[in-house]
Design a protein around this ligand. Sequence first.
Ligand SMILES: Cc1cc2nc3c(=O)[nH]c(=O)nc-3n(C[C@H](O)[C@H](O)[C@H](O)COP(=O)(O)OP(=O)(O)OC[C@H]3O[C@@H](n4cnc5c(N)ncnc54)[C@H](O)[C@@H]3O)c2cc1C
Length: 381
Amino acid sequence: MRFTAEHHAFRKVVRDVVEREIVPHVDQWERDGIFPAHELFPKLGEVGLLGLEYDPKWGGQGADHLFTVVACEEIARSGCGGVPMAIGVQTSMATPSLHEFGSDMLKERYLAPAIAGTMVTSIAVTEAGAGSDVRSLRTKAVRDGDEWVINGSKLYITNGTQADWICLLARTSEEGGYRGMSQILVPTDTPGFSVSRKLDKLGQRSSDTAELVFQDMRVPVDHTIGEIGRGFQQQMSQFVIERMFAAYGAVGSCRRALERTRDYLKQREAFGQPLMANQHIAYSMAELSAEIDLLQSHNYACAEAHMNGEDTTRYATVAKLTSGRLTRKVADLCMQYHGGIGYMEETWTSRYFRDSRLGSIGGGADEVMLQVLAKLDGFTA
Ligand SMILES: Cc1cc2nc3c(=O)[nH]c(=O)nc-3n(C[C@H](O)[C@H](O)[C@H](O)COP(=O)(O)OP(=O)(O)OC[C@H]3O[C@@H](n4cnc5c(N)ncnc54)[C@H](O)[C@@H]3O)c2cc1C
């Protein structure tokens, strides 16, 4: 994978922005249970971080995919999982379908402000009865002339209390299963939309997560993203981008955790020597470092395939599965080697431990990744 001087310079720009605009505020945002997306996102938009690969016509940078890889690795060093996840929703979960399939009218009104950071977005797929099994979702959009009338609810929606618009996956015909779904762009100032609950979570606490309700909500049919009836397929492609974002970020967060633990182990003494002098500890750290390298190499292969226009479903599935598990392992060992202080809320390890647990659940659980992989590799009866 060829990173140029420009990519390296960009890494420094992102690191500086993260250290200036995010890191100093994270503790407060974690306590608040929310971060001010409408304050932070315009700052990220200003340096081009919210539309790296998007068309300059809509304010994007038209940059290559390696800039996204660099950005994900660096944003993940924010000192929490919540804010990077919220940024990921904006860049890699709620907007890819709009950029790829949306009309110019929708892109002008909704994508351009999302890239500038003046509008905050959410992706709404999950429901109380439909998480891993997206095919069973029940939120319905029934056509009435030029409008969709939307009824239903969505659960665990990131940025849900702050979003200006939502990329909603809804059922738009009576056909069952994956047929007859559409992606609809839903402005949240439409009558009939409400946030019914802001949810309290184990981790990712600086990111707001909500339950959303749609009651006889009327949205113009021209707010459909792409083709009516192709929503499931479009969402599956959008999930691939989401999973790549998650895996690229995992490398950044794991690497940072290892660096911080290494520094701690060099200065913490037990039995008359630094803990790092203990070979068992040093080898365990080295082993994790090697595993991060392997994930990063796999990520770069995925990025290269993406840049060559190949289908990256398998790469992204392996990357998401591996990154969720590796982050949990890294978080567990970092806490272990910090001992008691690592278990204290005052130490970064406790937040990292809580935040890392989501990687194997959100955006497709580990078992769902295995289901996809088993199917792709023919491990089926
Ligand atoms: C903090 C947070 C933020 C989120 N943000 C969003 C968001 O912004 N937008 C959105 O749409 N969704 C969001 N989600 C939802 C998330 O994607 C789902 O929680 C996830 O897909 C799992 O769905 P579920 O919770 O319904 O679990 P279920 O589908 O009930 O599955 C429960 C468990 O069963 C196991 N399992 C499931 N299927 C299989 C299988 N086929 N074989 C074997 N085991 C299986 C897995 O271990 C899984 O964790 C978020 C969730 C959280 C916790």
